[in-house]
Design a protein. Structure first.
Length: 55
């Protein structure tokens, strides 16, 4: 029972933290670099609409 509750709590915390992104850099034209957790990032260019996402 304890192991199940700990596993469920851990998965819940990981799922909620993964959905939030921190903006690392934002340029004057609106492009930005976002960081998702430890392994993911998102680089977007507002002019072209292109983005690069790695997880």
């Amino acid at each position: 029972m304890k192991l199940t509750l700990k596993s469920l709590a851990t998965l819940t915390l990981l799922a909620t933290s993964a959905s939030h992104a921190a903006v690392i850099y934002q340029a004057n034209d609106g492009s930005n670099i976002d960081l998702y957790g430890r392994l993911g990032f998102n680089i977007s260019d507002k002019k072209t609409g292109d983005y690069l996402r790695r997880l």
